[in-house]
Write a protein that binds this ligand. Structure first.
Ligand SMILES: *Cc1c(COP(=O)(O)O)cnc(C)c1O
Length: 357
């Protein structure tokens, strides 16, 4: 039976990425060595990381003056690394979920943190609007896609202070105006490649402005100066990321990807809105994530959630259980998930409705 992979992360990857990485693990470019056993200082690997940086810049149209880094530590390390490098006195944060909350907690180790708005009182089921960002904050931080709750901010804020974003779960899903940002970070395992590498896009002029001492490995400058090669970078995950970037470019880049992502998410939300058994957890359509579609069963059918889970699993749906803080279901529709899988889950919902409504 065909499996439809809706895992939230690590998550589905293009077959191209998996095949090319498997080949390279056995024999990289026919050189007779595995990707896992070559020096990161070899010309073979230098070419891989150089191409990955170049393709990232090309696909996201990253302007001059920015660096693209491939580092370890996950997005979670960036929760601390960003304020370590950028927070002198105070920073402003928007709290739209669990990851944002964690970022706020880490920033508090480095200075004053103003939470400009929070949707916590409604289990983060909407994106706050109409808040004020202090003009004297060192930067403003937001999470563009809230993986757990299924909300997304599609706007590139136009601010006078540096803009920082955790784009772990929607990077490369649509074009972004990079010139509006000072720093973007993203763990690879949602929409780029395997876990183990974090992509950082940083405007070179935002560093060097805090007075504290920064440990070498936690200083962005170290990695900018050494092209992510101060120490051994995650070689295999970087190779896999490069394959995904090639796959994306072949498909027509981020404009084409965005069209597909709109098509996939609209189809599923339309079905959730229509189906008598299910309702979306995010009421405002403008706040709904294209990447993580969250839904539950209406109260009168709530007891059937385990039955639907079993029904869908028996038909090949994998990873649709909602996060424990939301319950119900979450279908993650990352770039690599084909329309066919969206049609498959819609089919399950319709069939289950026929049998039970
Ligand atoms: C998954 C996720 C993280 C955590 O990433 P790690 O690489 O596991 O540290 C952070 N932010 C968002 C938005 C995520 O989806």
């Amino acid at each position: 039976m065909k499996k439809h992979n809706f895992y939230a992360g690590p998550s589905i990857m293009p077959a191209f990425t998996i095949e090319k990485t498997a080949e390279a693990v056995l024999n990289l470019n026919g050189i007779g060595l595995s990707l896992m056993e070559i020096s990161h200082r070899s010309k073979d690997f230098q070419a891989i990381i150089d191409e990955a940086v170049a393709l990232f810049k090309e696909l996201l149209k990253i302007p001059e003056g920015y660096s693209v880094l491939f580092l370890g530590g996950g997005a979670s390390l960036q929760f601390a690394m960003a304020p370590y490098n950028l927070l002198e006195k105070k920073a402003a944060y928007l709290n739209t979920g669990e990851w944002a909350t964690k970022a706020i907690k880490e920033a508090k180790n480095f200075g004053e943190v103003i939470t400009v708005a929070s949707s916590e009182e409604k289990i983060f089921n909407y994106i706050p609007r109409g808040y004020e960002i202090p003009a004297d904050a060192d930067y403003f931080h937001f999470t563009s896609n809230n993986t757990i709750y299924g909300t997304e901010i599609l706007e590139d804020f136009d601010l006078k202070i540096p803009l920082v974003s955790d784009m772990s779960s929607d990077i490369l899903s649509r074009p972004v105006d990079i010139s509006k940002y000072a720093l973007i970070y993203a763990g690879a395992q949602k929409n780029i490649g395997p876990s183990g590498v974090t992509v950082i896009i940083i405007r070179n002029d935002v560093i060097g402005k805090v007075s504290r001492k920064i440990p070498t490995m936690l200083n962005y400058k170290t990695h900018i100066d050494k092209g992510s090669m101060f120490n051994t970078p995650p070689v295999v995950p970087i190779f896999a990321c490069l394959q995904t970037l090639k796959w994306l470019k072949d498909l027509g880049g981020l404009e084409a990807m965005e069209k597909m992502n709109i098509r996939k998410s609209s189809a599923l939300y339309t079905e959730i809105d229509r189906n008598k058994l299910f309702r979306p957890t995010i009421p405002n359509p403008a706040d709904r994530s294209r990447m993580n579609v969250c839904f539950v069963m209406y109260d009168e059918y709530k007891h059937m959630e385990p039955a639907f889970q079993e029904f869908a699993t028996a038909r090949g749906m994998i990873g649709i259980k909602g996060h424990r803080s939301v319950g119900g279901f979450r279908a993650s529709l990352y770039n690599a998930l084909p329309m066919e899988s969206v049609d498959a889950i819609i089919g399950c919902m319709q069939e289950f409705e026929k049998q039970n409504a």
